[in-house]
Design a protein around this ligand. Structure first.
Ligand code: PLP
Length: 391
């Protein structure tokens, strides 16, 4: 009999990490690996953010702080959400968390009871179903394909709702599909949420990374009723190149934020004080805003370069993703599972990509363009050679 709790028995270890470890081992042996599997920006954190964190350390900000975050940071986040997203949260409705991941985890733990169902559009970010399962809930996947732009339809959502459904987890821009819901599409989804009195957990961590003039919209901004049923999750990792700082936030109804803070108070307590000082600079310093714009411009250029090269490979079908930093080409013409595809790709052509099975689709692989143009060009060239060999 296992001495481990049953709740961990069904957890899937991260496939992403296995590929990353293999790529690292090959590179350490002197192999020229093209890494197209990164889930984080390759840029350094903007200088004013680092300076603010260093100054905080020098001032002695090395102690425990309020669990929910420093008042000035909660206020800045509330102001940002109101001004940029049209979400009228008060500072008391903001919880500063150790990354976007902890924001989502706390929200799911605060909402999902054993037996509850959460609806998750698929392909999905791999941690959602695991978090729901840790809370004792069940994930109901809503499959999407290139044909619908990897988006759920209101009819599909409506049909999946049962008396046990508590929550819809929405992620736009999406990891791994890169798709972005339009305002009209979100309005249609909001209509279903209201009709069935559900909650929506909106993961907007890639909100700033949108291209082709596409706009990000927050579902909670679409009216008072849907705002009352929305929990917004976001963070600093992707837009500000701050993955290692562990900075995220949750915004939502006061009772939910209080419950999520209580969970945090018994697990991690506050985010490191100097990280929070960096976050304040990220939101306040005008130089940082310019730096973010510059990084988004570079991502846009890379997205176009990678998309055009991948779409030109016979045998791959690829949607033109308009957000985040991923493409999700369909590899079914090769006849390989996504895991076999990625294993052979890295062993034979030294290109690291992530098997789609990790995100719920075995007929896709995820390519990341959070790397320089040379790596993208070389990596996609080798990918093309591999696919030709498979056909
Ligand atoms: N949500 C999505 C969709 C992500 O892709 C990630 C990170 O990969 C996160 C949340 C968590 O980000 P963080 O590093 O801030 O915990």
């Amino acid at each position: 009999m296992s001495r481990l709790a049953t709740r961990v028995a069904s957890l899937t270890p991260s496939l992403t990490l296995a590929i990353a470890a293999r790529a690292k081992a090959l590179a350490a042996g002197g192999v020229d690996v093209c890494g197209l599997s990164a889930g984080e920006p390759d840029f350094d954190t903007p200088a004013p953010i680092k300076a603010a964190a260093k100054a905080a350390l020098d001032r002695g900000e090395t102690k425990y702080g309020p669990v929910a975050g420093q008042p000035r940071l909660r206020e800045r986040i509330a102001r940002k959400l109101e001004r940029e997203n049209g979400l009228p949260y008060t500072p008391e409705q903001i919880l500063v968390t150790n990354g976007g991941k902890q924001a989502l985890y706390n929200a799911i733990m605060a909402l999902i009871e054993p037996g509850d169902a959460a609806l998750i559009p698929s392909p999905y970010w791999l941690s959602y179903p695991e978090m729901v399962s840790l809370a004792g809930g069940t994930s109901v996947l809503l499959p999407t394909t290139e044909a619908t732009g990897f988006k759920i339809t209101p009819a599909q959502l409506e049909a999946a709702i049962t008396p046990r459904t508590r929550l819809l987890i929405l992620n736009s821009p999406s990891n791994p599909t890169g798709m972005v819901y339009s305002r009209a599409e979100l309005e249609a989804i909001a209509g279903v949420i209201l009709r069935h009195d559900l909650m929506v957990l909106s993961d907007e961590i890639y909100e700033k990374l949108v291209y082709d003039g596409v706009q990000h919209h927050s579902i909670g901004s679409l009216g008072r009723e849907v705002f009352a049923r929305t929990i917004t999750s976001s963070g600093f990792s992707k837009a500000f190149a701050m993955t290692g700082w562990r900075l995220g936030y949750l915004a939502g109804p006061t009772d939910l934020i209080k419950a999520a803070s209580a969970i945090q108070s018994h697990s991690t307590s506050n985010v490191a004080a100097y990280s929070q000082a960096g976050a304040i600079a990220a939101l306040e310093d005008p130089q940082v805003a310019l730096e973010v714009e510059r990084m988004v411009g570079i991502f846009a250029e890379r997205r176009t370069a990678m998309y055009e090269a991948v779409a030109a490979i016979p045998g791959l079908r690829c949607a033109r993703a308009q957000g985040a930093f991923y493409l999700l080409p369909d590899i079914s013409a090769t006849g390989l599972t996504s895991t076999a595809f990625c294993e052979q790709l890295i062993e034979q052509f030294y290109v690291a990509a992530v098997p789609g099975i990790a995100f719920g689709s075995d007929s896709h692989v995820r390519l990341s363009y959070a790397t320089d143009l040379d790596t993208i060009d070389q990596g996609v060239e080798r990918l093309g050679q591999f696919v030709r060999q498979c056909l």
